[in-house]
Design a protein around this ligand. Structure first.
Ligand code: HEM
Length: 459
C-alpha cells in the first residue's frame, strides 16, 4: 500500500515537472513537482516577502504550484479577475461548516446573485445607520484606554484592545448584542482563542482542497471533519455563539432593525430561492471569522506608523486641530463624515493597506473553457491563476519609487497618479469579488485611528 502510494507520487512528480502543460513556466523546483510546496509556504508565515522574492527571481509569471501561476503585472489584474471569472477550489467550504458563504461560491453567476442581495446591508446608507453602534463601542474603548492607561501612564497591549473593540463593534452592528470583551478586558469564554485555534484547518483547506474537500463531502467521514455547534471548541464554539445571538436577535426585532443580520433577513425574504436562512447563517459566521483579524492588522499597521514617525503624527495633529477649530471633533466620538475631511489620515490608511495588506495570499481564479493568453503565455483551461496583494502593491510603475518604504505622501500628489494607484491597490481584491465589507472596515479604521491620535498627547 505505502509502496504504491510512493510510486504514484513519484510518477505524478515527474509528470508535473516535465509533461504538465505549465511545465515550461519558471518557478521553484519543488513547486513544479508537488502541491506540498504550499505547505512550506504556509508554515513559513512570511507570504508577503516570499511572493515578492519569487517574482524578483523568476520574472512576471511564476509557477507556484504544479497547476497554479502567480502574476506580478498589475495590468494583468483586470484580465484575470474579470466579471465572468470563476473561483477555484481555494475557498472549498467545510472548515466553517456548510452551506458555503458568498466568498466560497465558485460560479460567477451564483456569486453575483448572492452579492446583489447581501451587499447593500453592509454599505451605503445602511452603514451610516449603524454608526451609532460603532460609536458606543469606540467611546467605551477610548474611555478605558484613557482612564486605565493614558491617565495612569501604564503600558497596554494595544492589539488586544483593538481586537476586543472590533469584535464588540461587529457583533453589535450585526446582531445588536455584545460579549463585552472591552468591559471585561479579556477574551470572554475564550471565544477569540477558539477561533484562532482553528485557523490552521482553514489554512489547510485552502491549500489542499483536493484532500479536505472529499473529507468534508463524504457522507461517512464528514461527521468527523465538519464543525458542529455541539463541538466543545474551535469553530463549533463560534457557531454556538452565533446561534445564541440569532435567537436573542429574533426575540427583539424592533430594537435590532438596523442590524446587518436583520437587513440580510429582510433582503432574503424577498429572494428566498437565491438565498436560504442557512445561507445567511453561513454568511454571518464567515464574517465573524473575517471581521476582527483583518481590520486589526490594518489598524495596528497605521498606529505603528504614527507612533514610530513623529512627522506623521505632527501632520495628523494639524488635521485634528483644524477639525477642532471648526467644532467638528468636539463631540464624544468623531463622525465618519468628519474623519473623511482628514486627507493625511486617509493617505496613512491607504499606505498601510498597501505595504502591509492584511490578506497577503494569492487569490486564485480558474481558467475557463478554451484557455486564455496572459502576459504572452497561453494558459490552458482548468489552470489556476492569480496575484497576491503584497506583490501587486509593490509595483513601482504604479505606486512610484521605493515601494518597500511606507510613505503616506505618495497618496497626496498628482490626482491622476492617485486615481491609478487606487485602481490597482489590490489589498481588497478586485472587481465583483472585492471585499464586500471594505467601507465598514475603513469606517472602523479611520475613526479608531483618529481617536487614538487625539488620545496620544495624554499618554
Ligand atoms: C482590512 C480589512 C480587510 C481586508 C484587507 C479584506 C480583504 C478581502 C479580500 C482581498 C477579499 C477578496 C477575496 C477573493 O477575491 O477571494 C475579501 C472578500 C470578502 N471580505 Fe474582506 N477584508 C477585510 C475586512 C473584512 C471584514 C471586516 C469583513 C466582514 C465583516 C469582510 C468580509 C468579506 C467578505 C464577505 C468577502 C467576500 C466578498 C465576495 O466574495 O463577494 N472583510 N476581503
Amino acid at each position: 500500500m505505502i509502496l504504491s502510494i510512493l510510486v504514484t507520487l513519484i510518477f505524478l512528480g515527474i509528470y508535473n515537472r516535465y509533461f504538465h502543460p505549465l511545465s515550461h513556466i519558471p518557478g521553484p523546483f519543488w513547486s513544479s513537482v508537488t502541491d506540498l510546496f504550499k505547505l512550506y509556504v504556509l508554515l513559513s508565515q512570511d507570504l508577503s516577502t516570499m511572493g515578492i522574492e519569487l517574482h524578483k527571481k523568476y520574472g512576471p509569471v511564476v509557477r507556484v504550484a504544479p497547476n497554479m501561476l502567480s502574476f506580478s503585472d498589475p495590468y494583468m489584474i483586470p484580465r484575470i479577475y474579470h466579471k465572468k471569472a470563476d473561483k477555484s477550489d481555494f475557498w472549498t467550504p467545510g472548515a466553517l461548516g456548510r452551506p458555503p458563504a458568498m466568498i466560497q461560491v465558485k460560479d460567477h453567476q451564483e456569486h453575483a446573485a448572492k452579492r446583489r442581495i447581501l451587499a447593500p446591508a453592509i454599505s451605503g446608507r445602511n452603514l451610516i445607520q449603524l454608526e451609532h453602534r460603532l460609536d458606543e463601542r469606540l467611546s467605551r474603548t477610548m474611555n478605558a484606554l484613557d482612564t486605565g492607561f493614558a491617565f495612569t501612564h501604564k503600558s497596554c497591549n494595544l492589539p488586544d484592545w483593538v481586537r476586543w473593540f472590533l469584535y464588540d463593534a461587529f457583533t453589535d452592528m450585526t446582531f445588536g448584542e455584545v460579549l463585552d470583551f472591552t468591559g471585561n478586558e479579556k477574551d470572554v469564554y475564550g471565544m477569540l482563542q477558539a477561533f484562532r485555534g482553528s485557523a490552521w484547518i482553514i489554512g489547510l483547506t485552502t491549500m489542499f482542497p483536493w484532500i479536505m474537500g472529499p473529507l468534508y463531502g463524504s457522507p461517512m467521514l464528514s461527521q468527523y471533519f465538519l464543525p458542529s455547534s455541539r463541538d466543545k471548541d474551535g469553530v463549533g464554539k463560534m457557531m454556538r455563539l452565533r446561534n445564541k445571538f440569532i435567537k436573542n436577535n429574533l426575540l427583539n426585532p424592533t430594537e435590532t432593525q438596523d442590524c446587518i443580520f436583520n437587513k440580510f433577513l429582510q433582503s432574503q425574504s424577498m429572494h428566498p430561492v437565491t438565498l436560504s436562512t442557512d445561507d445567511i447563517k453561513a454568511e454571518v459566521l464567515m464574517m465573524m471569522a473575517a471581521a476582527p483579524d483583518t481590520t486589526l492588522a490594518l489598524i495596528c499597521s497605521v498606529v505603528d506608523n504614527i507612533i514610530r514617525n513623529p512627522q506623521v503624527y505632527q501632520e495628523l495633529e494639524k488635521e485634528i486641530e483644524i477639525l477642532e477649530v471648526q467644532g467638528l471633533f468636539s463631540c464624544r466620538v468623531v463622525s465618519y463624515a468628519d474623519v473623511q475631511c482628514m486627507p493625511y489620515l486617509s493617505a496613512c490608511i491607504l499606505e498601510a493597506s498597501r505595504i502591509c495588506p492584511p490578506v497577503p495570499v494569492l487569490l486564485p481564479r480558474r481558467i475557463s473553457k478554451g484557455g486564455v493568453r496572459l502576459n504572452g503565455i497561453y494558459v490552458p483551461e482548468g489552470a489556476e491563476v492569480g496575484a497576491s496583494p503584497p506583490v501587486i502593491n509593490n509595483n513601482e510603475l504604479v505606486f512610484g519609487p521605493q515601494t518597500d518604504i511606507s510613505r503616506p505622501e505618495r497618496w497626496m500628489g498628482d490626482a491622476e497618479n492617485i486615481s491609478v494607484m487606487k485602481r490597482y491597490l489590490f489589498s481588497w481584491g478586485w472587481g465583483s469579488r472585492k471585499c464586500v465589507a471594505r467601507s465598514l472596515s475603513l469606517m472602523e479604521t479611520s475613526k479608531f485611528c483618529a481617536q487614538v491620535c487625539k488620545l496620544l498627547p495624554t499618554m
